[in-house]
Design a protein around this ligand. Structure first.
Ligand code: NDP
Length: 583
């Protein structure tokens, strides 16, 4: 997320056009949303992440050698992370600072890095300013090379963190946890894996990512396609070659135009003989304001410079007295109306930029997003829109319908067959299921998934009563931040502090109380009901594809500042929020 795009503070600018203009745009937004909902009433069920059987090839790791046989592991560690991405790396760094030595990462990939291990598609980069996104920069004495970091630099940074904190020592890669069961007698978690391991751990941290499991749209005939195909998070460089020269004589198709596709398409357009982009809903594309880090600026950074930036992100948004009294005088409806009008203005600027760049009028019109700013992940790219001026690049705008049929030759749309050599799925990931992929059985043998059947129940999105010594990172009921590592750092600090507290007080099991959990569920519900924005947005993963959801099954919407406050308060009054079992 670019700095200039951060959530506006205080009241939005005064509308500059007659209200009827904004109302008519809102009507168009609603029409476009309803059209999409009518095409896909099945909501999230339109996708599958069950990549087994014929679909299993879409999940095979193309970046690692075949899994080498090894003896099963049968031992005990103090802290075990399921997943080796930023959640695990950040929290481990804090645990090491607290003197915790026995830390194991169990990871499905062949290295640490999580998202940045898997996503190696051409053009992969992060839209959050690198000096904020890359964590532990003070600790590693590292300044990112550019204002926005590219994927390989971020992946290398993950590896550097793992080396600095000795996390490779006990890590087990190419290993997937299959069950996590609490033993109330030993007060230990027992884990099994797909490699026959039987590990024990005092503390388990579900660090398996917010967007980690690739998903495919359930398209009729998908498995019948005879050409080559893969998901963007399993990029087949053996086929495309590192510089994409393998596509020189190929007709390529890509399904999806979300944040991933926006970054991959410019490279594909430049390399492929022909590129067909199958679009269902366009992304909003703003300017990417990037530059190389000034070495003089980097040299002058004082010690602890990133910690200060992080502290700022946790502070309450500031408003002048005049702004505050103006806002206080406004009704709730008026505040929402002004914010919406400002968002519509921003979307109209996005439209103007398209008209200025894309030469063919029909293509330009098809690339215009008709939904409120932030209904979908905003994108920033300088080469995406110009790619559609290339004669070899063709936008297939399905006007909200999407591709519904694939034959042996390729996708069909409105009776036309698109014959392809290779088809790339940029169809995204399962969202925030961290903590519930694996079978997790708590105190009474109850699976966490079953506990959640009538709605997610946690304290701070991290603890769930009946699952002692288990911590969930990046899941629902936690705050949402565009800079995810800010959020993960806040959670990681809290988790490390809880473990340190348990060690210091000889506590063997620490569990949220039912009272504390109920308090948090009610906090989540209270804040989720504040606006009707979710229902009004075009479907996407931000709003569960337009499905009706129980109100507690989402993020905590009280703001990051409040979330951090709650973390501090809970830590200051541990006895009120947790029950403890001592030796
Ligand atoms: P998304 O879920 O955002 O996008 C999936 C895409 O597939 C959408 O465009 C969707 O259309 C389309 N789609 C699904 N089914 C069909 C179909 N049958 N026919 C045609 N199109 C279809 O996944 P991404 O991988 O793009 O992004 C996931 C998230 O990862 C981002 O939101 C972001 O949080 C993160 N990310 C961040 C990046 C950054 O920092 N720049 C870069 C890449 C990813 P529709 O919109 O209509 O549903």
């Amino acid at each position: 997320m670019a700095e200039s795009q951060e959530k506006p503070i205080g009241v939005a600018a005064k509308p500059t056009r007659p209200q009827e203009f904004y109302d008519s745009i809102k009507r168009k937004f609603a029409e476009e949303r309803d059209l999409r909902l009518s095409y896909r009433p099945e909501g999230t069920a339109q996708y599958t992440s069950d990549l087994t059987g014929e679909l299993s090839r879409y999940e095979v790791d193309p970046y690692a050698d075949a899994v080498a046989p090894r003896e099963p592991i049968n031992d005990t560690v103090e802290v075990l992370f399921i997943g080796g991405g930023f959640s695990a790396l950040l929290t481990s760094a804090r645990l090491r600072e607290h003197g915790v030595e026995s830390i194991r990462i169990v990871e499905r990939g062949a290295d640490v890095g999580g998202t940045w291990y898997w996503n190696r598609y051409p053009g992969v980069a992060c839209d959050v300013v690198a000096y904020d996104y890359l964590p532990l920069l003070d600790e590693l004495d590292y300044v990112p090379k550019d204002h926005y970091a590219r994927g390989p630099e971020i992946f290398a940074h993950c590896q550097a963190i793992a080396r600095k904190y000795n996390l490779y020592e006990l890590a087990t890669f190419q290993t997937t946890v299959t069950s996590t069961v609490w033993d109330p007698v030993e007060r230990m978690w027992n884990l099994t894996t797909d490699r026959g391991d039987r590990m024990k751990a005092r503390f388990v941290i579900c660090a398996n990512g917010t967007l980690s499991k690739p998903k495919l749209a359930k398209i009729n005939g998908l498995e019948t396609f005879k050409g080559h195909s893969f998901h963007t998070s399993r990029w087949d460089y053996a086929y495309t070659k590192a510089d994409l020269s393998g596509l020189e004589n190929k007709v390529v198709g890509i399904i999806g135009t979300g944040a991933t596709a926006v970054q991959a398409i410019p490279g594909l357009g430049a390399a492929a003989k022909e590129l067909y982009v199958f679009q269902r809903t366009p992304s909003s594309i703003d300017i990417r304001d990037d530059w190389p880090t000034d070495p003089n600026w980097a040299r002058r950074l004082p010690q602890g410079w990133q910690a200060r930036r992080r502290a700022l992100a946790r502070m309450e948004p500031r408003m002048s007295e005049a702004q505050r009294s103006k806002q206080d005088a406004m009704s709730h409806e008026e505040k929402i109306r002004r914010q919406e009008n400002a968002n519509i203005e921003a979307m109209m600027k996005i439209h103007q930029r398209i008209d200025a760049i894309v030469k063919d009028k029909a293509t330009a019109d098809a690339l215009k997003p008709w939904y409120m700013l932030l209904c979908k992940r905003p994108c920033f790219h300088n080469d995406y829109l110009p790619t559609f001026n290339r004669p070899n690049v063709h936008l297939v705008d399905t006007q909200g319908k999407g591709i519904t049929e694939i034959t042996a030759k390729g996708p069909m749309f409105e009776g036309r067959q698109y014959e392809l050599d290779v088809l790339i799925y940029a169809t995204g990931f399962e969202v925030q299921k961290t903590g519930i992929y694996n079978q997790i059985k708590g105190e009474n043998g109850l699976e966490l998934n079953d506990k959640y059947r009538d709605g997610i129940r946690t304290l701070l999105g991290i603890h769930s009563q009946g699952y002692p010594n288990l911590f969930i990172m990046g899941g629902y009921q936690a705050s949402f931040q565009f800079n995810l590592t800010d959020m993960l750092q806040a959670q990681g600090d809290h988790i490390a502090a809880c473990i340190e507290y348990a060690r210091r007080h000889d506590i063997q099991a620490i569990d949220a109380t039912a009272y504390a959990e109920e308090w948090w569920v009610q906090e989540v519900i209270k804040h989720r009901g504040k606006t009707s924005r979710n229902q009004e947005c075009t479907p996407g993963y931000y709003n569960f594809e337009g499905e009706f959801q129980r109100r507690q099954d989402g993020n905590y919407n009280g703001g990051f500042f409040q979330y951090c406050n709650h973390l501090t308060q809970v830590h200051a009054r541990m006895e009120e929020h947790f029950s403890f079992t001592t030796k």
